[in-house]
Structure formats: structure tokens, C-alpha cells
Design a protein around this ligand. Structure first.
Ligand code: AMP
Length: 215
């Protein structure tokens, strides 16, 4: 299965991707995670990317496309993968189609996770992530037992730099202007599936697996 996950920032794409990985063993390719790793490692690419990320803007297509192409070429992607946070605009979607056509491995599905706009802000400002194991929390909906500490591994929880309010507003604007049109792009290709992203994580996961025809 080669799947693209679509949805606004805060729609829960990353959470659902992690559950798909746990259950089906597919690698998750999150361009946001790859970029954050480059920022943390202080590479030239990371330094360039950070200035865009902190403003809530998209990192230039050339940077992201190079990263994705390299990642898709790795062995573990042969059995399929879940693209999370990529593509983010029509140019990236077209470039992805070309890459996959040359490998004769087209996408299986594009899954859009829909969440009402009003809910997204709370989800994003409340989001906290464990530094050690990556487990996600939300101080409004899924708080850890002890503030600032991971339930799973006792690691320290942090708030992403780009989850601050001004940046979030910009990220949502960028989503509406540049990424939302991809819903129509994949609908035209006949591979769009849509699920509602409200309810519990497990309820949404059930809808996700049904929409993808997974058991
Ligand atoms: P995410 O974790 O997917 O919300 O991504 C966080 C930030 O990384 C975004 O706000 C962008 O600045 C950048 N980013 C992630 N994926 C992409 C992409 N496919 N194209 C351009 N920028 C991206």
C-alpha cells in the first residue's frame, strides 16, 4: 500500500499514521519529522528549513522533493509506505506522481482526515510531544498523568516551536491556500478516500482502516 495522508495541521494525520505503522508495519514518511531531524542535527538543509518552519511557511519544494526521493529509494519502502505531510501543494503532488510513474508504483490511495476548522486551533496549541519516544499528548484532550512528563517512558514533553499561536494561524492559512486543493487533485484521479477526524483515536482508526480496505 502506498498511501498519502491529507488533512489540516492538527487533523491527527501523524497519530493515525503511527497506528497504521504499528498494525501493518508500513514505514511512515513524514516530511515534517525529516525536516525537524535536519534542524536538530544542524545540517545546512536544516538551517535553511528552520527559517520557513518557524514562520509557518512551506519549505522550498526543491528541498523537500530531494529528501522524499532519497527516502522512497530506501529498501524498506519497497513494501509500501505512508506519506504524512507530503505532498503539500500541487507541484509536489505532480512531482510525486512522476517519481512513482517512473518506478511503476502508483499511489494506492489518498486519505483525507477532515476536522472542523474550530477544533484545529485547540488541538495544535495543546499538542505536546515526548522528547525521548515521540509519544503525543494534548493538554486539553489527552493530558499526561503528570504535567510535562511522558506516561510511557517518563521523558520530558515539549511543545513544537511551530505550534505557537501566531505560527499556527499562518500554517492553517497555508494549508487552505496550498494543500486543500490536493483533495480535488486526488478526487479527479479516483483515489480519494475521506474520513471524519472527530471522535476517539481508536474510532477514527477504525474508519481509516475501513476506508483503506484493510482488515
Ligand atoms: P508538519 O509536521 O507536517 O506539520 O510540518 C511542519 C513544517 O515543516 C511545515 O509547517 C512546513 O514548514 C514544513 N514542511 C513539512 N512538510 C513539508 C512539505 N511537504 N513541503 C514544504 N514544507 C513542509
Amino acid at each position: 500500500m502506498r498511501i498519502v495522508l491529507l488533512g489540516a495541521p492538527g487533523a491527527g494525520k501523524g497519530t493515525q499514521a503511527k497506528k497504521l505503522i504499528e498494525k501493518y508495519g508500513l514505514p511512515q514518511i513524514s516530511t515534517g519529522d525529516l525536516l525537524r531531524a535536519a534542524v536538530a542535527a544542524g545540517t545546512p538543509l536544516g538551517k535553511e528549513a528552520k527559517s520557513y518552519m518557524d514562520k509557518g511557511e512551506l519549505v522550498p519544494d526543491s528541498v523537500v522533493l530531494g529528501m522524499v526521493e532519497e527516502r522512497l529509494g530506501q529498501d524498506d519502502c519497497k513494501k509500501g509506505y505512508i506519506l504524512d505531510g507530503f505532498p503539500r501543494n500541487t507541484l509536489q503532488a505532480e512531482a510525486l506522481d512522476k517519481m512513482l510513474a517512473s518506478l511503476n508504483m502508483p499511489l494506492t490511495a489518498a486519505l483525507s482526515v477532515d476536522v472542523p476548522f474550530e477544533d484545529l486551533m485547540k488541538r495544535l496549541t495543546g499538542r505536546r510531544t515526548c522528547k525521548a519516544c515521540g509519544q503525543m499528548y494534548n493538554i486539553y484532550f489527552k493530558a499526561p498523568a503528570k504535567e510535562g512528563v511522558c506516561d510511557k517512558c517518563s521523558g520530558e514533553l515539549f511543545q513544537r516551536d511551530d505550534d505557537k499561536e501566531a505560527t499556527i494561524k499562518k500554517r492553517l492559512e497555508v494549508y487552505t491556500a496550498q494543500t486543500e486543493p490536493l483533495i480535488g487533485y486526488y478526487r479527479n484521479k479516483g483515489i480519494l478516500k475521506t474520513v471524519s477526524g472527530t471522535g476517539s483515536i481508536d474510532e477514527i482508526f477504525k474508519k481509516v482502516t475501513e476506508a483503506l480496505g484493510l482488515k
